[in-house]
Design a protein around this ligand. Sequence first.
Ligand SMILES: Nc1ncnc2c1ncn2[C@@H]1O[C@H](COP(=O)(O)OP(=O)(O)OP(=O)(O)O)[C@@H](O)[C@H]1O
Length: 706
Amino acid sequence: MFQILCCRASITAPVRSLSLHSNKTADIWKLSRWYTSPRSPAYSSSQQPGNAVSRIWSLTQRAVRQSTSRTSKPPGVALKFILGPAVLTVSARLFCHVAHCEADVNNNTPLEVVAKNPAPEFKWHILWEFVKPQLFALLGAVALAFGAAILNIQIPLMLGALVNVVARYLREQTGNYVHEIRGPALKLLVLYGIQGLLTSGYIVLLSRVGERVAADMRKTLFASLLRQDVAFYDANKTGQLVNRLTADIQEFKSSFKLVISQGLRSITQTIGCFVSLYIISPKLTGLTVIVLPCLVGAGALFGSFLRKLSRLAQEQVAKATGVADEALGNVRTVKAFAMEERELQLYAYEVDKSCEMNENLGSGIAVFQGLSNIALNCIVLGTIFAGGTLISSNEMSPGDLMSFLVASQTVQRSLAGISILFGQMVRGLSSGARVFEYLSLVPSIPLSGGARIPYDSLTGRVDFVNISFSYPTRPGHQILTKFNLTLPPCKTVAIVGESGGGKSTVASLMERFYDPTSGVVMVDGLDIRTLDLNWLRGKVIGYINQEPVLFGSSIMDNIRFGKPGATDAEVINAAKQANAHLFITSFPDGYNTVVGERGATLSGGQKQRIAIARALIKNPCILVLDEATSALDAESERVVQEALDRATSGRTVLIIAHRLSTIQGADLICVMSNGRIVEAGTHLELLGKGGFYSDLIRRQRAERKK
Ligand SMILES: Nc1ncnc2c1ncn2[C@@H]1O[C@H](COP(=O)(O)OP(=O)(O)OP(=O)(O)O)[C@@H](O)[C@H]1O
C-alpha cells in the first residue's frame, strides 16, 4: 500500500504544478487543484512530505531488517552502513512500481537454497490451516476493503457533480452558490467519512489477521525445527533456518496483507473506473486506452532495470556487512594478529563499492522519476486539452472532465498497484513455500513415542552391536564398521584413539542423534529405536561435551535446564556435586548471575562445571563425557576432573578422551582406529601389551616435554 501512496503522491504532484489559464479549462484546473486535497485518511498521509518520509523511513528499517536477517548479521552493525543505500533501494522499489517481479524474486531467495534445492512448492492447504481461525476477521476485512473500493469509484462522479455546480456559478453568476453546492458537498463529505472508516476498519482487521497468522506460523515453524534431528542441522545452515523464521514469514505476511487489501481494491477500482470513464466519454477513454499501456510498458522496462541495480546494490551492502560482521565477531583474533588495519581496508573497499552502486541506482531513480513526472504531466495536460476541446464543442461538461481526470488517475494508481501486486504475490508465494517446506517436514527420528524402562529396574547397560555408520551428509564415507562395544552397568569405559577415528560418533549414536546404517544400539537389552527418545535423553543419559554451550540467562536457569521443574535446593546440590557451588556463590549475584551470550562471562572451567551440574541434576543413569576436560588448562582440569570423578560413581559412563591421564582409572579402555576397536583392556593391561595404547601414551608424553 505504501507504494501506492507514494505513487499517488507522484501523480498528484505534477497536477499541482501545472498552471493553465484558458477559459473553462482554467476553471477546471483551479478545481482540480482543490481536488488534490486529502480524500481519505489512508491517502492523505501520503501527501504530506513528513509522513511520506516517515513511511520511507519505516520501509527503510524493514529493508535493513530484512537485509540483515537474510545475511544473519547483527542489525546494530549493519544499520549504520545500510541506512543510506537502503533509502535508495526502498526508493527504487517505491518508484519502480511497474517493473516485473523477477529480479525481486531472486533477491528474496537465499542463493545457496536456489543452487542446491528445487524451489519448494506453496501448499495452499497449509495456509488454510493458519487462516481458518482468523476467517471471520478476514472476511470482514475483505468486505470493508471492497466497500472502500466501491466508494472510491463513486468519488470521481460526485466530484464531477460538484464541479458542475461551481462551473455553472462561475459562468452564470446567478443563484445561491452556498445553497446549490451544499447538497453535493455534504454527500461528498459523507462519502469521504465512510470511506475513511471503511479504510481504517479493513486495515485494523487485516493487520490483526496478518499478525496472528504470522505469529502462528512462527510458533509452528519453530516447533517443527526443534523437532528435526541432528542430521537436518548438518545439512542446513542455522542462518538460513532463522531466515525462514524471520524474513520469510515477514515477507509472506506483507504480501498476504497487500494482496488482499491492494488486490481487491486495485482490481475493483480499475474495472469500476474504466466503466465510469467510458460512460463519461468514450472518445477520451479510447485515447487513454492507447496511451496508458505504452507508458506502463516503458515504465516496466525501466523499472526492471532499476530493480536489477537495486538488487546488486543490496547484495553489495550485504557483502560489506559480512566483512564487518566477521571482523567484529572474531575481534579477539583480529586483535591478536594486529589485523585491524587490513580489516578496515577490506571493509572500506566493499563500502566504497556499495556506495558507487547506490549512487548509480540513485541517478537511475532520478532519471526515472523525472521522465515519469513529464509523462504524467503530459497525460494530465493531454486529457485537459482533449477534454477542453470536447467541452468547447459541448460534448462534455466541465464536471465530466473533472470526473474523467480523477477517475483516470485512480485507474493509473490501480494499474500501478496491480503490477506491484504481482511482484509481491510471487515473492509472498515463494517465501510462504520456504516456510511451509519445513512445516511439513517429518523428522526421521521421532522425539516421542516408544517404551520407557521403569527407573527402578533400569541397570544402565549399553551395547553397540555390529554397528556400521556413515553420516547422512556423507553417505559414501563409512565412519564405523561392524563396531561392537558393551558398557556394563555402573562401569566406566573410555574410548581413545587418533583424531577423526570415530570416537565422538559413538557418543552421538548413543544419544541417538543419528541411527546406525546397520546394527543396533541397546539400553538394558532394548533397541534404543524402540525407546521413548524424550525419556532417554531427558532422564537416562547425561551428556557433557568439550565445549559446553550455556544460554544467556542466569546460572540458576542454566543448571535447571537439565531438569525444568527442579527446586533451588536441587540446583544447589547439583552445583555442589559439580564443584561449582563455591565459585558461583563468590559472584555478587550468586546463582542469579547472568552468564552472557553462550556463557561468555565465565571461564572455560567454570562453564564446564555448570554443564556438569546441568547434566547431574537429572540424576542420569548413563553419563557420556565427550572430551569434557580437553579444552581446560591443568588447574581447571584438576577441579573439573574432581567433579567428574564424583559424578561418575554409581553410573554407567562412556568417556571420550584425548588426554590419556584422565582415563587411567577406567574399567575398560578401548583404542579406536578407522571406526573399529583395535585394542581394549585396563590401563595396565594395555601398557603391558605395548601396542597402540602405549604408543599413544609415549607420543603424548613426548609432546608434553616439548
Ligand atoms: N556431522 C558430521 N557430518 C559428516 N561427517 C562428520 C560429522 N561429524 C564428524 N564427521 C566425520 O566423521 C569422522 C569421525 O569423526 P569423530 O568426531 O567421530 O572423530 P573423533 O575420533 O571424535 O575425532 P576427534 O578426536 O578429533 O574429536 C571424521 O572423519 C569427521 O570428519
